[in-house]
Every structure is written in C-alpha cells, then in structure tokens.
Ligand binder design. Sequence first.
Ligand SMILES: NC(=O)CC[C@H](N)C(=O)O
Length: 269
Amino acid sequence: MAQAKVLVITGYGTNCERESAYAAKKAGADEVQICFFSDLIQEKINIQKFNFLIFPGGFLDGDDLGAAQAAAIRWKYSKTISGKSLKKELESFLKENKIILGICNGFQLLAKLGLLPALNNNYFERQVSLSYNDSAKFEDRWVYLKINPQSPCIFTKDLDFLYLPVRHGEGKVIPFNKEILTKIQKNNLIALQYMDPKTKSPTEKYPENPNGSPLGIAGLTDPSGRILGLMPHPEAYNHRTNHPAWTRNISSPLGTVIFEKGIEYLKSS
Ligand SMILES: NC(=O)CC[C@H](N)C(=O)O
C-alpha cells in the first residue's frame, strides 16, 4: 500500500495553500507539505518525493495578463539552480502513477500549461483557456455540481453531485475551437458540470452556471483520469458548518471527498 505524500505549491499570489493542505490532511494523507515555487528552483524540495501535487486557488501574479498566464510561462521555462527544467520534472512526475489536483487558480494554471484536458495525450499543448465570466463580475457563492459518471477521473469516482463555493472572475472555459469541445465531451474529459438543482441536469444558464462555461464545464480531467482541475473550491467545504444552511441541518457531501478519492487511489495502487 503506497503512502499518500502531498505537496501543495504556493507563492506569487496563491492564497488557498493552508486550506488545501488542511483538506488533504483531513482526507487521510500521510504527509502534507506546503512549498514555495522558489523552493523548487533552489532544489530545497524534490517534487519526485511526492505522489500528489496540489495547485491551490488564489491570484497568481495578481491575474495580470490573465489568470495564471504568467505562472504557466514560469512553469514551462524555469530551471532549477542545477539546470533541471521544471517542465521535465512535471513530465517525469506524470510518467509514474501519480496525481495532480488544480483548484480554481490552480485549474487555470493546469489548463494554460496544457496539462488539461491533454486530448490525444498531448500534454503541454494548450487546448483550452479560461477567461472572464459572462456576467463580467467576480462570482462568489455556492453552486450545484453534477459529476460525470463516465469520466475516467479518479477524484470523482462514484460521486453523484456536490455543492461547493466558487469565487472567481475568470472561470469560463474557452476551447481553442469547436472540435476540441466536441472531443472533450466525447472522451468524457468533463469531470464535473454546473447543475440546475431543479432538473438535476448540467446547465449553461446563469446563475446556476456562474461563468457561462460551455456544456456547463466546471472541471476537466486528462485521459489518464489522474489530473483534475476545477473552478469550485472543494477544500473550502471541509466541515459541515461551512455549508451555508448548516443551522437548518441541510448538508451535502463535504468537498474533502475529492481529496479522499485521490488518496484512496494512491493507497490502493
Ligand atoms: N479563487 C481563485 O482561485 C480565483 C482565481 C482567479 N484569480 C480568478 O479570479 O479567476
């Protein structure tokens, strides 16, 4: 049984690292460490010693040039002090049976880096981007999410629906072209979708869909199912009292279940 060793990456404006680390710990991780991007550059931390990478939410570089745009370039082209490419480090990490979770700003980073959706196993090729919400404003509230049971995603396995907070200004998925969107759907790389709670179906309609994402895309996975990126914040629903209606005894599955599924996968592989 493998141990779950989680590395949460922070720095340059990330602000959800402590909550994400807490959620991973609560979900049963054996080891959880938060590290700065600069710790990787200085080789104080070796990514390969971990098997679960988390890219948390926040405002990387103040969203300048578009959310996570600058960070994507930084990951693609930076080298460590001894000259190792960070992109290659990520490639080696992915060659093993390891997992990556990107939350909100972390999802934007994974998409802009080209790790999601990675159609045709073309990792590091940007196939989608995320841009401004159709409402032209920052959306900060809770939304219903439908899980796609056909998706290979290991983080959402056997889940049905979730109710989680969103807080973003740039959550609309923009596929490079229509064909990409069709292929994403056909290959079941949509892991979760914004849901209309009345019909229990995915929706493109505001306000149930907070950003206008096509097909109601709230989260994407890669063909291996070992990478998940999602706009809602599962780490922020880590206790029943986080739920807006908990005093009326209303609840739904905790967001930490996403972390539990990841850890279960690592422990059983
Ligand atoms: N909560 C977040 O991670 C926000 C992501 C990004 N800064 C946006 O507003 O779109």
